[in-house]
Design a protein around this ligand. Structure first.
Ligand code: MGD
Ligand code: MGD
Ligand code: SF4
Ligand code: MO
Length: 717
């Protein structure tokens, strides 16, 4: 504990930016060194909660392997160079590629921490615009494209996604999410564990549908296995039951919903009995759950990564919204509500028509013809765009905040493709499996060293709050913030003469956003947030329809043509009689652990102590048939690749399904990570398939990948 009589100790309050829960932190520090990290009890939202990852902010801050100066590679040798030189050389190289091959010969990948960091989030777009490329990729297409797609189709804008009001719900049905491990997603809810218990304490119920009996499932009142990738059929049948049993009652918003009849006709054939052989969920269970969901006045059906990163992700997210809508749980307390964030990315003025959202299929990927969505192409197409010769081939890649070699399907192929580029630059704090291929790595300040406003997560929060984090320490000499890196590159790529360069500080944008946002009239501004370092509570979520809708006509189409058309793809699976892939009889899914953070932080000592977590979970029946026992090494093969790792035989898996964590596989040459060998693990994305996707939205299908497993020697101890 910190010695409170030590007058040189300083206290710093900020929000943790490692995951979506945005917990308040109390950090004590002295002479630039972190002394302790604890929860901030005065944060009105997180109320003192933190998880073990927050403590690792100290490891990141102090990590000797973290890059602090620009690095330039020559062959296998790296040298530190100065910022001016690095920025000039990188801009020159990018210009060269752009001049020779056109702007779209530069591919850009923005990884997950981009949305956890307002400096990158606000700084990067100007740079990408200056590049002029449209081959832009991000983690969204291996994560939540289906959520955005459904929000766009139903509510008029991809960012208008409802969140479960778990503080007031009495029935929380979770599909494909494990918030006890992930701390929640598209649902910013610090201390989800206490909030979940509170549902049960007020007599409510939590039900989980997941191919694995997860940490959340273990805490739930009921858990049902589902065969990976078949959620669409369960959801269709639930919708069918609503109609068949006269349970449809959208309540207050009935008058603004169109095409309910078309929806009824579309789902008529999907009886619980018809889909049960595929999903593995008993018809009786499905009926009862549907009845309970419809019959509980405060109920929320919530789906996350497991139903989004699969073959029918778009249909799943449409039907999840539809089920909430038909039962009167959309836009009602205790159901699914839209936030009213202090910085509203969707401000519309009364009387001013809403703009048509048109960022879909304006252009296609060159090799596979995949549709653009939200100004991006599916990242599963990146490797082929680099490899395939011809006009428009990607010759240079820029990555920021990402490690797509470990995070995207068939990472090995991308790994090789990146090695053959003409030029690559990474804005990142580590030399990892991806950035090792770069010619330059530009490391920004990060975490506690930066200013941050959670632009995204306040929008997705279960309560309206606002909070700004200042840097813990003044900016050390010879370092740059992420936005300064992007601004410097943007200006170098522009035609603005050097003497006229002016860097746009995101703090200004944040201040404007607050002042012109819904609480600006009450005095909310950056200065006010600076005076309230624990954050400001703006109250619970409220019903806001129809005003909040972004559709042109202010109405909700329950049966958009694009989803109805996509049903044919699902129906084909239902009609198929042959076993899908006899040579790969098991289905692979992935998982998260509380002490893992996507593909990084495996070098943080506080997080990786203890036993190796990168194991293949499989059911005892499958293990017995294959002659595999816990601790034994297994080889897992898919269409695209193979990995080896220890087995973990557990009844928590659904028979026929195997599970690996994502974000491991650090044993590649040329990185500077110091990940202990026993925690290097294997990459699940050496097995996932770049050709397996939700063809509607372009999102990668990472769940339900066909694999086969065999036991090998040696046995791990
Ligand atoms: N099979 C499978 N694959 C998956 C998933 C899955 O469930 N299963 N999940 C998917 C999901 S949901 C996501 S979001 C993606 C995530 O995958 P990525 O988009 O690759 O993101 P991370 O793995 O979080 O990589 C973070 C990188 O950002 C760097 N970084 C950290 N902080 C900063 C910073 O402040 N500035 C900069 N410039 N860099 C920083 C780290 O060093 C690290 O290299 O993975 C996806 N891949
Ligand atoms: N500790 C920790 N927290 C994190 C992260 C992390 O890496 N570590 N990553 C962050 C990121 S980027 C994100 S996007 C969020 C994700 O947050 P969550 O969505 O909660 O992510 P997961 O824990 O992967 O949970 C997905 C669940 O879906 C299940 N599943 C897989 N396939 C299927 C299927 O076909 N059907 C159904 N019904 N279920 C399926 C899996 O078994 C798993 O339990 O977590 C964030 N928080
Ligand atoms: S739950 Fe997320 S935001 Fe909260 S302390 Fe842990 S990593 Fe940070
Ligand atoms: Mo994610």
């Amino acid at each position: 504990m910190a010695n409170t009589t030590d007058l040189s100790l300083q206290t710093h309050y900020r929000a943790c930016n490692l995951c979506e829960a945005i917990c308040g932190l109390t950090i004590t520090h002295k002479d630039g060194a972190i002394v302790s990290i604890a929860g901030d009890p005065a944060d009105p939202f997180s109320r003192g909660h933190i998880c073990p990852k927050a403590v690792a902010l100290k490891d990141i801050y102090e990590d000797p392997n973290r890059l602090r100066r620009p690095m330039r590679r020559r062959g296998n040798d790296w040298q530190e160079i100065g910022w001016e030189q690095a920025l000039d050389e990188v801009a020159d190289r990018l210009r060269q590629v752009r001049d020779t091959h056109g702007p779209s010969a530069i591919g850009v990948y923005a990884g997950n921490p981009t949305v956890h960091n307002s400096g990158s989030f606000l700084g990067m777009p100007g740079f990408v615009k200056a590049l002029g490329t449209r081959t832009v990729f991000s983690a969204s297409s291996v994560d939540q494209f289906p959520h955005h797609f459904a929000a766009w189709q139903l509510f008029g804008h991809p960012l208008l996604m409802p969140v479960p009001d778990i503080d007031r719900t009495d029935f929380w049905l979770i599909m494909g999410g494990n918030p006890i491990a992930s701390n929640g997603s598209i649902m910013t809810a610090p201390d989800v564990s206490t909030r979940l218990r509170a549902i049960q304490q007020r007599g409510g119920k939590v039900v989980v549908i997941d191919p694995r009996r997860t940490e959340t499932a273990q805490r739930a009142d009921e858990h049902y296995f589902i065969r990976p990738g078949t959620d669409v059929f369960l959801l269709l049948a639930m919708t069918q039951v609503l109609f068949a049993e006269n349970l449809v009652n959208p309540g207050r918003i009935t008058a603004i919903i169109d095409n309910i009849d078309m929806l009824r006709d579309a789902v008529t054939e999907y009886t619980p009995e018809r889909v049960a052989p595929l999903t593995g969920v008993e018809p009786g269970t499905l009926r009862r759950l549907t009845q309970e969901f419809a019959g509980t006045s405060r109920a929320a059906l919530y789906g996350r990564v497991g139903v989004s990163t699969q073959e029918f992700g778009g249909l799943c997210l449409w039907l999840i919204n539809v089920l909430n809508l038909l039962t009167g749980h959309l836009d009602e307390p205790g159901g699914m509500l839209f936030s009213s964030p202090a910085i509203d990315l969707l401000v519309t003025r009364p009387g001013v028509p809403r703009p048509v959202y048109n960022k879909f299929n304006r252009f296609q990927s060159r090799v596979r013809g995949k549709a653009e969505f939200m100004g991006e192409l599916p990242v599963a197409c990146l490797a082929e765009e680099v490899e395939t010769p011809g006009p428009g081939q990607i010759r240079a890649v820029v990555t920021s905040c990402g490690n797509p070699v470990l995070s995207t399907p068939n990472g090995r192929r991308l790994d090789q493709a990146l090695a053959g580029l003409e030029f690559m630059v990474s804005v990142d704090i580590y030399m990892n499996e991806t950035t090792r291929h770069a010619d330059y790595i530009l490391p920004p300040l990060t975490g506690v060293e930066t200013a941050n406003y959670d632009l995204t997560f306040h929008v997705l929060a279960i309560r309206n709050t606002s909070r700004y984090s200042e840097p813990m320490v003044p900016k050390p000499a010879g370092t740059l913030y992420d936005w300064e890196i992007f601004e410097n590159l943007r200006l170098r790529l522009s035609d603005v003469p050097r003497e006229e360069w002016a860097l746009q500080n995101p703090a200004k944008t944040i201040d404007m956003g607050l002042r012109y946002g819904p609480y600006g009239s009450t005095g909310l501004s950056l200065d006010q947030l600076r005076d309230h370092p624990h954050g400001i509570d703006l109250g619970p979520l409220r019903s806001q329809l129809p005003d909040r809708l972004q559709t042109q006509d202010g109405r909700i189409n329950a049966a958009p043509a694009i989803f109805l058309a996509d049903l044919a793809r699902a129906e084909a699976v239902l009609l198929a009689t042959a076993t899908p892939d006899a040579s790969h009889p098991l289905l692979l899914i992935s998982r998260r652990h509380l002490r893992d953070n996507n593909s990084w932080m495996h070098n943080a000592p506080v997080l990786v102590k203890g036993r190796n977590r990168c194991t293949l979970m499989l059911h005892p029946d499958d293990a017995t048939r294959l002659g595999i026992s816990t601790g034994q090494a297994v080889r897992v093969r898919s269409r695209v690749g193979e990995v080896e790792l220890p087995a973990d035989v557990t009844p928590d898996m659904m028979p026929g399904v195997v599970c690996m964590p994502h974000g491991y596989g650090h044993n590649r040459p040329g990185t500077r990570l110091d990940v202990a060998q026993q925690h290097a693990g294997a990459s699940v994305n050496d097995l996932t398939d770049e050709a397996f996707a939700d063809t509607l939205t372009g999102n990668a299908a990472l769940s339900g990948v066909p694999v086969r497993v065999e036991g090998i020697t040696p046995t791990y101890s």
